[in-house]
Design a protein around this ligand. Structure first.
Ligand SMILES: CSCCC(=O)C(=O)COP(=O)(O)O
Ligand SMILES: [Mg+2]
Length: 244
C-alpha cells in the first residue's frame, strides 16, 4: 500500500499501465510488418526529417547526411534506416529515433482500429479517482509523446487521454538518469518530492528517487522478475495507492 499526499503522479506505460505482452506481442510486431512500406511512403517528406536526425544522433553521428554518407542513393539510405531500426528492435533498445518512428507507424493501426491499447482493468478507475482528488497525472514513457497520446486515446476502456495533464518521452532525457526526473519536476512546477513515479523498472525508480521523487514498483502479470527491489515499495494494482 502507498499513501500519497503530494501533487502529482507520473506513470510509466509498459509493465505499469499496460502489459509488457501487449507492447511486445502486438505493438512491436505491427512496426516490423509495416516498417518498409511506411519508410517508402514517407521517404523524402518533412515528417521523417526529425526522426532521421534522432536516428543519426542515437548512432553517434552529427547529422543524417554524415551517418549515411557511404550509402549511394536514396534506396540505400532507406535500407540503412530499415536495417538499423530492425537491429535496435531485435535488441530492445529504447532509442529516441526508433521510438519516434514507431509512433508514426502505429498511427495507421490506431486510426484503423487494428491496434487497441490494452490497459490494466484497475487503471481507468484509478485515473478517475486521482483526478477527482486533484492530482496532476502525467506519463513518462520511452514511447514517443505522439505514440502515448494515440495509445491512451484508443484503449480497451475507451479514450483515457483527458486523464493526463502532461506527457514526457526520451526527448526529455533517458529514463534511468536522475536529471530527466529533475526536468520533469521543474515542468510540473513543484518539488520532486511532491511527485510519485510508478514503474516496473528498478533502474528508472532509482533515478527518480535520486531526483527526490517518491516511487512505487509495479508487479504486473507478465513483468520480468525483480531480483532486488532496492527499497522501492511494491504494488500489484493501482488500487493499492491511496491519496490524500
Ligand atoms: C506508447 S506505448 C509504446 C511503449 C514503448 O514503445 C515502450 O518502449 C515502452 O516503454 P516504457 O518506458 O513505457 O516502459
Ligand atoms: Mg515500463
Amino acid at each position: 500500500m502507498i499513501e500519497f499526499y503530494g501533487r502529482g503522479l507520473l506513470l510509466d506505460i509498459e509493465g505499469t499501465t499496460a502489459s509488457v505482452a501487449f507492447v511486445y506481442d502486438v505493438m512491436f510486431p505491427f512496426v516490423r510488418r509495416e516498417l518498409d512500406s511506411y519508410l517508402k511512403s514517407a521517404w523524402g517528406t518533412p515528417t521523417l526529417d526529425p526522426v532521421l536526425r534522432y536516428i543519426a544522433q542515437d548512432a553517434g553521428a552529427d547529422s543524417f547526411e554524415q551517418w549515411t554518407r557511404e550509402d549511394a542513393g536514396e534506396e540505400a539510405k532507406l535500407e540503412r534506416v530499415s536495417a538499423e531500426m530492425t537491429r535496435l528492435m531485435d535488441n530492445d533498445v529504447k532509442a529516441t529515433g526508433l521510438k519516434q518512428l514507431q509512433g508514426l507507424i502505429w498511427k495507421s493501426g490506431f486510426d484503423s482500429g487494428e491496434l487497441v491499447a490494452a490497459v490494466f482493468d484497475d487503471v481507468p478507475a484509478a485515473l478517475t479517482r486521482w483526478n477527482a482528488g486533484g492530482k496532476d497525472v502525467r506519463i513518462y514513457s520511452s514511447g514517443s509523446v505522439a505514440a502515448q497520446k494515440m495509445f491512451f486515446g484508443h484503449t480497451n476502456h475507451g479514450d483515457l487521454l483527458s486523464s493526463f495533464k502532461g506527457h514526457y518521452d526520451t526527448t526529455t532525457g533517458p529514463k534511468k538518469v536522475a536529471e530527466s526526473y529533475r526536468a520533469i519536476a521543474a515542468d510540473y512546477g513543484c518539488d520532486a518530492s511532491e511527485i510519485l513515479f510508478l514503474s516496473d523498472i528498478v533502474g528508472e525508480l532509482d533515478a527518480a528517487r535520486e531526483a527526490g521523487m517518491r516511487t512505487g514498483l509495479c508487479y504486473r502479470p507478465g513483468n520480468a522478475p525483480v531480483e532486488n527491489a532496492n527499497g522501492h515499495t511494491g504494488i500489484e494494482s493501482f488500487d493499492q495507492i491511496s491519496i490524500g
